[in-house]
Ligand binder design. Structure first.
Ligand code: ADP
Ligand code: MG
Length: 262
């Protein structure tokens, strides 16, 4: 590709705490504008850790991370205005209403207060939660909170969108809306970094899939390319093969046996 990467990660290593073992063990990734990256891997592989590093939330890493061509440690404020983030666990302010929360975020992003209010209401209406615009977020269901997080990640029209398990709590119709939004954003040249362990959707929307296992990227390619590398026909099968996992029956049996113990 001749374009410059919008995200560039070189030999990224990360451990939690001074004597912690390495969670990320030398990751190299280049992401180009307009790509939808599916970042997959087993629970605990380090997906959320990678995303938090890219967002500047964790900065105790080794290696180099560039976003929009700049080292994020040198320019850690400007780039954040042009990225959006749906966190895996919501650090949402429960005591605020959506109106207050989105207003607060929009101001951080330098948006005009009327513009925020107008866009927020319209987006809430499209997600069918406009009736709760002035209710405290603590009264929202899981799915409503997730919709609000998605709106919050998009309201400033970012150039890169980071999504960490964005479907949690969403109903099937909302999942379809989100998939369509992501694909249209990518068509406009926006970059999507989609981290999830749920492969069904990743398989459908990603241009490129990165499989993280034990702190390393063990596969990088389109779904079709990954299929060729592997004997398996589904992303789940490829995932199991590349992570060397084939004990699901055995583990399930052991679970059932525990239930039968007297
Ligand atoms: P994933 O998102 O792929 O499921 P994470 O990046 O959340 O994985 O976690 C990777 C590893 O790092 C796990 O072993 C997890 O226990 C550990 N970890 C994550 N956050 C912390 C933390 N704040 N302190 C210590 N260990 C952590
Ligand atoms: Mg995670």
């Amino acid at each position: 590709m001749d374009k410059n990467p919008v995200i560039e990660i070189n030999d990224l290593r990360m451990s939690y705490g001074k004597d912690g073992k390495d969670i990320l063990k030398g990751i190299n990734i280049k992401v180009y504008p307009g790509e939808i990256i599916g970042y997959i891997g087993p629970n605990g592989a380090g997906k959320s850790t990678t995303v938090k590093i890219l967002l500047g939330i964790l900065n105790e890493f080794r290696g180099e991370v560039k976003i929009f061509g700049k080292n994020i440690l040198e320019d850690n404020v400007q780039y954040k205005r042009k990225i959006g983030y749906v966190p895996e666990t919501a650090e949402i302010y429960d005591n605020l209403t959506a109106h207050e929360y989105l207003g607060f975020l929009g101001e951080i992003y330098g948006m005009d207060i009327e513009e925020i209010d107008d866009k927020a209401k319209k987006m809430m209406t499209l997600f069918n939660i406009e009736g709760s615009y002035n209710s405290r977020i603590s009264s929202y269901s899981k799915g409503m909170k997730q919709k609000l997080l998605i709106i919050a990640s998009l309201i400033h029209n970012p150039d890169i969108l980071f999504l960490d398990e964005p479907l949690s709590g969403l109903d099937a119709n909302s999942v379809m809306i989100l998939k369509e939004i992501l694909s249209q954003l990518a068509d406009q040249g926006k970059t999507i970094f989609y981290s999830s362990h749920i492969m069904e959707v990743v398989e459908k929307i990603s241009d490129r899939i990165l499989l993280l296992n034990d702190g390393q990227v063990v596969a990088d390619g389109s779904f079709e390319e990954l299929k060729e590398m592997s004997k398996e026909g589904s992303l789940e099968g490829i995932f199991n093969q590349l992570t060397g996992f084939n004990q699901h029956k055995d583990i399930a049996n052991q679970f059932i046996n525990i239930l039968k113990e007297v």
